[in-house]
Design a protein. Structure first.
Lengths: 429, 540
């Protein structure tokens, strides 16, 4: 035994390795792990399951094309079950136990707020793909969804314009939690800055999963009968949308009379509603599935092949996940490592040709530059884009319309290096 | 028909003073303008079609509004008609059928809300003289929405030709609204009288604006004030009626969700946390039935799917309930805590099973035609059909259940077993069989409730979670073991909720109701209608 046997073992091992190399790309032994932190059960499973599948599709595609830095990428999927404290627990598990290089996850703002301290404490990297209320910029999070100035403000401006119907009276209708409350605060300040009287703004909140919309729809009709063109700005989230739209349709509220513009209703949500009577109601996003360009066509095709169902739709948070994932892989290639500090530096200025047909750019405030599109619901549950910005809009982490945000800067490059300050961290000499 | 054409031709002639032949060409030119171009060009074309007053414009504008207008590669504008299962293509300019068109080569001509408003207005002017009564009524309602001096003449002519009483009334109001701001003083006073008779927030706002005009003399202002005060009183009454109906509707939904629980929890004493999932299963049965109807039957049958879904949901949920009782719950009688945990486990299993089979996104369950929309009851308050039918359905279910309990042998056995199990068994009643059937009945009713609830809300795996808390609330508040208590409990909760909501808002309203119920239960632990007699003592 001894020498000879071990040589023979080595030869056999080499033979096997060679055989495997012929069949598949020559993977290095270790893999790069990434975490997927989306609810697969509970209330939010309805939206978040799709994003988990999107990340898996991107990983699949990446590995087919040779992986990252010569290594295979492995997705670690956990289920925080729509339970906010569990999000923090699972995030800690991903960062300390699985030692993932980056995490793609969260939907609701409260889940993001729950994991934020964990990512900051352990210096992790979170890619957050959903439109949100802004007012945040963490060194450990890249926000690939829209900030209010990339969704809410342009939508309201569109409705104010002659093309959007010259709306003069506003109902701000939201579910009672942090995203609608903050967005409506910004919108109210914005509307007042445009000379809208307080009498012409009605703000109302309803609980999560609210299902009896009779009183509110009647109140909206009453509010709209004042002889001024009225629109509803909806930040209603999740399950409450279906009964809301059903009540609107049955109460005879047509989009040409009282248009409803929603910030949380996309193709996926419409798949659960009978859209025949909702034609013309609006949504504001940075991407619609109906957009025509080669990147989007390839994205949709890849999705249908991956999910093995040609009827599944794509939506804005999926596109944001796509952009975030692509940017992370490019940044890792550029940095030559998955080290968080190096990747973060490489992220700034990263450009990705997005399915929206525009080039998305990562800014030093950890938010994207993206186009804004307004879509009207059509009978088949898709959207017609009726208005869009000419170029990508840079996200504001802090709203210029809120008095308390005055002078706040989010810039993670020298000399500022902060997400929430009014003076640079490093003073110039 | 011929007379109408003449009238429209005369009207068009008046408006344009153009010759008929020239009009034909103009019509084709305007229609061709829909191809390409932005929304502004399309808007001009729509307005021009409305001005032209040509009846051929009606199908074109309707197709444009319904997303059925296409641009062919050769520049022709095509109307797509899919009525009756086959797709027909017609040239919009000539109205003639086109054969052998490749559907993929056609470009959609899209509109936005502003254009939809223009289409409505243009169609309104064109359809004021339509032969269809509904179209004329809609046109009159549109005219009321946009009162202007221009439309007054048109409305006068329409009123002169109108025979139908309801349309006449709508036209008179629209005409009065148009004259209110543009007519002579006498016309204005007459308009105030006509409009003052209406009960409609829209008209009230119109009069409000009129009253605030600085140039009004005392007589007209007094007339407007009197009309407004009278209308405000009537609107207050209709507001009350609206609240009452909404409360009744919410109550009927709570009642439907709770009836099944009133049996499994109220009568049998099983703390059934899986009750909500039985409702959810019923809603999914409605979805599956709808899909089966779409796939297997001709389109005309689709409206009947709901009628088939109700018994199917009853059977599916009922059988599952029986299985649940036989396999699990019967081993846990008398152990409420274990029952609670076990049924809660079952509810999680059912939720995840449905999520695995159907996927987590919501499923679309459409209202059948007869349940879509609503009618304007009075004063701008719309009564929606789906809610009316749910109220009727809810009381039908409750009535049938009361009959079963009080008039059938099974009902007698059921009451006997729940009141005194040993005695019932001694009398030869097969108590195990009665238990299983009772649980099945409660679950089946929950399934039927699910079909009804699919008509107003989500169909998702979480559906049951929305209703489970409210269901327990209703049963406990009404008095455990008492159907009448459940009825009164559900309806009073619904009405109180709806009267609180406009004042306190949905969130505060809910909190107030919850606190009130907690206090009430402190005072009367057995609920509104406490059972008296032996059972109550035995339980106590």
């Amino acid at each position: 035994m001894g020498m000879f046997a071990s040589m023979r073992r080595a030869a056999v091992a080499a033979g096997i390795a060679a055989g495997m190399a012929a069949a598949a790309p020559a993977w290095s032994q270790e893999t790069i792990k990434i975490g997927v932190l989306h609810s697969l059960s509970g209330t939010m499973a309805i939206s978040e399951t799709t994003l988990k599948d999107t990340v898996l599709m991107m990983v699949d595609d990446l590995n087919k094309h040779g992986g990252l830095l010569g290594k295979k990428v492995e997705a670690v999927v956990v289920d925080p079950a729509s339970n906010w404290p569990l999000f923090a627990e699972k995030a800690r598990e991903l960062l300390t136990k699985d030692k993932v290089a980056a995490v793609f996850g969260c939907w609701t703002s409260v889940s993001r707020k729950s994991v934020l301290p964990v990512f900051e404490e352990l210096n992790g990297l979170l890619f957050y793909p959903v439109q949100y209320e802004g007012e945040e910029s963490s060194n450990n999070v890249f926000y690939t969804g829209a900030a209010p100035n990339q969704q809410a403000i342009p939508a309201v401006e569109y409705l104010m314009s002659a093309e959007g119907g010259s709306v003069k009276r506003w109902v701000l209708e939201g579910t009672d939690y942090v995203y609608p409350r903050t967005t409506n605060k910004i919108l109210e300040a914005f509307l007042k800055s445009k000379g809208v009287a307080a009498d012409d703004i009605r703000i109302n909140y309803t609980p999560f999963g609210f299902s009896d919309w009779q009183t509110e729809v009647a109140a909206i009709k009453q509010f709209a009968s004042a002889g001024k063109k009225t629109a509803v700005v909806s930040t209603i989230n999740g399950d409450a949308n279906v009964p809301f739209y059903k009540e609107l349709a049955n109460a005879g509220v047509k989009a040409s009379d009282i248009p409803v513009v929603a910030f949380s209703v996309g193709e996926e949500e419409l798949a659960g509603i009978d859209t025949k009577n909702l034609v013309g109601h609006l949504a504001a996003w940075n991407y619609f599935e109906s957009v025509k360009n080669p990147t989007n066509a390839a994205f949709i095709k890849e999705w249908h092949e991956f999910i093995k169902n040609p009827k599944r739709v794509t939506n804005d948070p999926m596109e944001a996940t796509y952009i975030g994932f692509k940017m992370w892989t490019h940044a890792v290639e550029q940095a030559g490592t998955t080290d968080v500090n190096a990747v973060r530096q490489a992220m700034y200025g990263q450009k990705v040709k997005a399915p929206s047909g525009f080039t998305a750019v990562m800014n030093t405030n950890h938010h994207l530059s993206k186009p804004v599109m307004i879509g009207e619901i059509r009978p088949d549950g898709q959207f017609d884009v009726v208005w869009q910005t000419k170029e990508a809009i840079k996200a504001d982490a802090w709203s210029p319309y809120l008095a308390e945000d005055k002078g706040k800067v989010a810039d993670w490059t020298y000399p500022w290096v902060c997400g929430n300050c009014t003076a640079p961290k490093y003073a110039e000499n | 028909m011929f007379a109408r054409l003449c009238r429209i031709a005369a009207l068009a002639g008046l408006l344009l003073g153009a010759a008929a032949a020239a009009r034909a060409d103009e019509f084709a030119t305007i229609v061709a303008g829909f191809a390409g171009g932005g929304f502004a060009a399309k808007e001009q074309a729509i307005v021009a079609l409305g001005r032209l007053g040509d009846p051929r414009a009606v199908p074109v504008l309707q197709a444009l509004g319904d997303d059925r207008l296409r641009a062919a590669p050769d520049g022709r504008i095509v109307i797509v008609d899919t009525a009756g299962g086959t797709t027909r293509y017609a040239d919009a300019a000539t109205g003639q059928d086109i054969a052998g068109l490749d559907p993929d080569s056609l470009d959609r001509i899209i509109v936005n809300n502003r254009l939809r408003g223009d289409i409505e207005a243009a169609l309104g002017a064109l359809t004021l003289f339509s032969t269809d009564r509904g179209q004329r009524l809609a046109a009159a309602a549109d005219a009321l929405k946009h009162p202007s001096a221009d439309t007054a003449k048109l409305l006068e002519r329409a009123l002169a030709a109108e025979r139908d009483a309801e349309v006449r009334e709508a036209l008179q109001r629209a005409l009065a609204a148009a004259r209110l701001f543009a007519g002579t003083k006498d016309e204005q006073l007459a308009a105030i009288r006509t409009l003052g008779a209406a009960t409609d927030p829209q008209i009230k706002n119109l009069l409000d604006r009129y009253r605030d005009r600085p140039d009004l003399d005392r007589e007209r202002r007094a007339a407007a004030d009197a009309a407004l005060a009278a209308m405000a009183r009537r609107l207050q009454l209709t507001g009350l009626a609206a609240n009452l109906f909404q409360g009744l509707s919410l109550g009927s939904i709570l009642l439907l969700a709770a009836i099944g629980l009133a049996i499994t929890f109220g009568v049998m004493g099983v703390i059934n946390m899986a009750h909500g999932e039985m409702i959810m299963l019923g809603a999914y049965v409605a979805y599956v039935t709808q899909q089966a109807f779409i796939a297997l039957l001709p389109p005309g049958w689709l409206d009947a799917y709901l009628a088939a879904a109700v018994p199917l949901a009853f059977l599916a949920a009922g059988l599952l309930g029986i299985a649940l009782e036989r396999c699990l719950i019967r081993h846990l009688y008398g152990r409420p805590l274990e029952t609670l945990l076990a049924t809660w486990g079952v509810s999680l299993i059912l939720q995840q099973a449905v999520r695995s089979i159907f996927g987590s996104p919501n499923k679309a369950v459409a209202n059948p035609g007869w349940m879509t929309g609503g009618f304007d009851a009075v004063g701008g308050f719309t009564v929606t059909w789906n809610r009316v039918y749910i109220i009727v359905f809810c009381f039908a279910v409750l009535g049938a259940l009361a009959l079963i309990l009080n008039r059938t042998g099974f009902g007698l056995h059921m009451r006997a077993v729940t009141q005194n199990r040993e005695m019932a068994a001694a009398m030869g009643i097969r108590t195990a069989r009665v238990d299983a059937l009772t649980f099945g009945l409660g679950s089946g009713i929950a399934g039927m409730a699910g079909v009804a609830l699919s008509q107003i809300g989500n169909v998702s795996p979480n559906l049951g979670q929305i209703y489970i808390v409210d269901s327990f609330l209703v049963v406990v508040f009404g008095g455990v073991g008492n159907l009448l208590g459940t009825l009164v409990g559900a309806l009073s909760l619904g009405v109180v909720n709806k009267f609180l909501e406009p004042v306190a808002g949905a969130i505060l309203g809910k909190i107030v109701v919850l606190v009130a119920i907690i206090l009430f239960i402190q005072r009367r632990p057995r609920g509104l209608f406490a059972l008296k007699g032996r059972t109550a003592e035995a339980e106590g």
